[in-house]
Design a protein around this ligand. Structure first.
Ligand code: ADP
Ligand code: ZN
Ligand code: ZN
Length: 745
């Protein structure tokens, strides 16, 4: 037991349901309870500590004070303070008299105190200045009369205060009153000012005009199912499978409005906040400041304020990426997960939870509705919906009967046979030419997973790899450098092959830069903007690029996965997909699902407005069901194929997977310890229906000089397996990572 040092808050961070959810997470995903609880406290996941000091346990106060006999009185004062309060931050100590740095140095040297960094969960508070009259209204009115005409600003401020009693500093700007004016009146003793803390609300400025629209028939139908559940206040879950442009957002808004009518709060999850600012804007337009937005680029202080606004009831709706699921909603009425199939809902560090799974738990505990939405639901979710876990709502038409875009599949092998070697096929080139001629816009997607610009020796076939990670280096034109995308190390391009000394070193693969060059050569007048890891590093960079593109500053938006998602730009009529099938070759049983989802999302960007859309998909694999179903916007056809494959091989949803990764810096040791673990597991799991696959090297065998070996367990009884891990102390091993229901295998 440890003593309580201080009570930080006058309100509890956790309610009963939050604690139950944390316990469920720690059990199911095998994390510690502390890790699971941290999810509910903003900022703690990226712990911010503050330098602090406390009394040394080796020394009692009397003994310590004796060492200060020859020192000034300030020393005794500071030491007393630390012994009485500790741990105290340097900031608090700075308020005491004397040279605190020198004193701390002396205390540490003589071991009177020790370092004890404190955790600051609240970050920097934000304040604003409030101005009041310091005198009676009569006196102020008289003073105002007596001021000469030239003191117009001072008179305006006094008049404003006579009307409003008090004013916040930001309001003065609208009245065209400067700080100097405030200072002058304060000096005359007419006004006073004080500083008060404010809870910030990021995205204050993001807003979009709300136009009243009447619901479409499918939207009405969906709401007729969802609204009674919210009214009843009992848990129920829904899957809205709606094609791109079918109007899912308006359903979310109306459902949230219903929850708010009953004074219950709402959590809205989006896969990545940077790609969904349009959704945020629509919620803002409907609910104004009742919405708080949480995302990873906010400071700890800003997060804390958003949390507090929700907890105190100043706001009722939180929108954010997966971490917003842990917001302290007081009376949760609804959780919405938009694009529920996205892999970003899975956290890749401990606790390795999936937001969809945890949302179901939270919603059940709170008696809240859960609404999942997607044009390409996860196979697991659709399976659950067909089997009654969720009510399935299908919307297979776009709003106003806007047609789905027309898709052309281009077999790149035939292009090659006809002597065309460009990354841009003839049909793609022609489609772009047509769109540009009509002043319409195009989006070009380079599906870059496993297909980046690598460097290869044409004599011996050697591929340049990172020294620390078993992964090809990626070539970047600016700076003519090679970079490792795992550890970020940079290398210069060698003149000769390090393996055979040959000078024939060449770049392969189609990076976005290479596609950009090809496009520029074909359409020199077109204005092209690139959106990839290189161009979107800064805060809100996605938003800026998308906003400029939406405003018509550019003709073509070119990029990786992120150009396929979240935007609704009526003038985009052409979508080109450079390599539809690259992700199909990944050694992952979800490769087809990923591919289908990406193609559907990307195609869904075309022709969302009055003008009809066209899509060209380039592929080396035109017969694959993920490609053909993607080209036909046919989710059910894809699902039928995929679910049969999953059933046959006993993959999710027919079994749960648990991935165990064994890590070590020594390559021989890592194999030995993985083998040993596999044998141990095989013995212990004899009575459980489960298959053990592996050990086999992880798809990236080495990252940052650490080798990684995987063991995969397939089971219909994951709880039996995980409790075994706990019993055998496997889950607490430092060199073992356990991932329950992994999304990357
Ligand atoms: P989804 O999220 O399903 O892809 P959105 O919610 O973005 O689709 O809706 C597609 C477009 O249709 C948007 O421009 C939206 O403003 C418009 N829309 C949605 N519902 C209606 C409606 N009831 N009446 C008119 N326009 C609508
Ligand atoms: Zn590396
Ligand atoms: Zn070589």
């Amino acid at each position: 037991l440890k003593a309580i040092l201080a009570i930080l808050d006058d309100y509890p961070w956790f309610d009963d349901n939050m604690l139950k959810t944390a316990k469920w997470i720690s059990q199911y995903y095998l994390s510690s309870l502390a890790e699971a609880m941290r999810l509910f406290v903003p900022g703690l996941s990226g712990v911010k500590t503050q330098k602090a000091y406390q009394a040394s346990a080796a020394m009692d106060y009397e003994a310590a004070a004796m060492l200060l006999d020859n020192k000034p009185e300030e020393y005794r004062q500071a030491l007393t303070y630390i012994y009485a309060h500790g741990p105290v931050s340097l900031k608090d100590l700075a308020k005491l008299p004397g040279n605190i740095d020198a004193m701390i140095k002396f205390f540490l040297q003589h071991k009177l105190i020790i370092h004890a960094d404190t955790v600051n969960t609240r970050g920097k508070a934000s304040t604003t200045t409030i101005i009041n009259l310091a005198v009676s209204k009569e006196t102020a009115a008289q003073a105002e009369q007596m001021l000469p005409k030239t003191r117009a600003a001072q008179r305006r401020l006094l008049q404003a205060l006579l009307q409003n009693n008090e004013l916040a500093l930001p309001q003065l700007r609208h009245l065209n009153i400067s700080q100097a004016t405030v200072k002058k009146l304060a000096e005359q003793g007419l006004i006073t000012s004080r500083s008060v803390p404010v809870l910030r609300n990021s995205y204050d400025s993001v807003c979009q005009q709300a136009a009243e629209v009447s619901l479409t028939q499918p939207q009405q139908h969906a709401l007729q199912l969802i609204i009674p559940a919210i009214k009843a206040g009992t848990h129920k879950s829904f899957l809205i499978h709606g094609v791109t442009g079918s109007g899912k957002t308006l359903i979310y808004i109306k459902a949230v409005a219903e929850a708010r009518r009953h004074n219950r709060q709402a959590i809205v999850l989006v896969p990545e906040i940077a790609l969904t600012s349009q959704l945020v804007a629509r919620f803002r337009a409907a609910f104004g400041n009742d919405v708080v937005v949480i995302h990873s680029k906010l400071s700890v202080g800003e997060r804390h304020d958003a949390w507090r606004r929700l907890q105190s009831g100043q706001a009722g709706i939180v929108i954010g990426a997966r971490s917003a699921l842990f917001a302290p909603a007081r009376d949760l009425g609804i959780i919405i997960i938009d694009e529920e199939h996205e892999f970003t809902y899975k956290q890749e560090e401990s606790p390795r939870y999936h937001a969809r799974q945890v949302a179901l738990i939270r919603a059940r505990l709170a008696g809240a509705a859960l609404v999942l939405g997607s044009a390409t639901p996860a196979i697991e979710t659709y399976f659950q919906a067909l089997n009654g876990t969720h009510t399935l709502i299908s919307m297979n038409k776009r709003v106003d009967d806007v047609p789905m875009p027309e898709v052309t599949l281009v077999d790149m092998r035939q292009e090659l046979a006809q002597g065309r070697r460009s990354v841009i096929s003839l049909p793609l080139q022609e489609m772009l030419a047509r769109a540009l001629a009509k002043k319409e816009q195009a989006v070009i997607l380079l599906n870059r997973r496993g297909y980046s610009t690598f460097v290869l020796c044409r004599e011996c076939g050697h591929v340049l790899k990172c020294r620390h990670c078993d992964i090809s280096l990626v070539y970047h034109t600016p700076g003519n450098s090679l970079r490792c995308h795992y550890c970020q190390e940079r290398h210069t391009v060698p003149d000769t092959c390090p393996e055979c000394g040959s000078r024939y070193i060449r770049y392969f693969g189609a990076g976005t830069q290479k596609v950009e060059e090809a496009l520029t050569a074909l359409f020199p007048a077109a204005k092209i903007v690139r959106m990839d890891q290189d161009t979107t590093r800064g805060k809100m960079a996605h938003d800026k690029i998308l906003a400029a593109f939406a405003a018509g500053t550019y003709d073509i938006l070119l990029g990786t996965q992120m150009v396929a998602k979240g935007h609704d730009i009526p003038n985009v009529t052409a979508v080109g997909i450079i390599s539809a099938d690259t992700a199909l070759n990944l050694p992952d049983f979800r490769a087809a699902e990923r591919t289908f989802a990406l193609l559907t999302q990307a195609a869904g960007r075309a022709g969302r407005g009055a003008k009809s859309g066209q899509v060209v998909m380039q592929t080396y694999n035109p017969e694959h069901y993920a490609i053909t179903a993607g080209a036909e916007h046919n989710y059910p056809a894809f699902y039928e194929h995929e679910i049969a494959f999953r059933r046959q091989l006993n993959y999710p949803p027919f079994a749960n997977l648990i991935k165990i990764t064994v890590q070590a810096a020594d390559e021989i040791m890592v194999h030995q310890s993985a083998n040993k673990l596999a044998v141990e597991l095989a013995q212990a799991m004899a009575g459980i229906a489960a298959d053990i696959i592996g050990p086999f090297p992880a798809s990236v065998h080495k990252i940052k000089d650490v080798f990684r070996i995987n063991i995969l367990i397939k089971t219909k009884d994951p709880a039996a397996v995980t409790s075994l891990f706990t019993a055998l102390h496997i889950s607490s091993r430092k060199d073992v990572i356990i991932d329950v229901d992994p999304v990357n295998v």
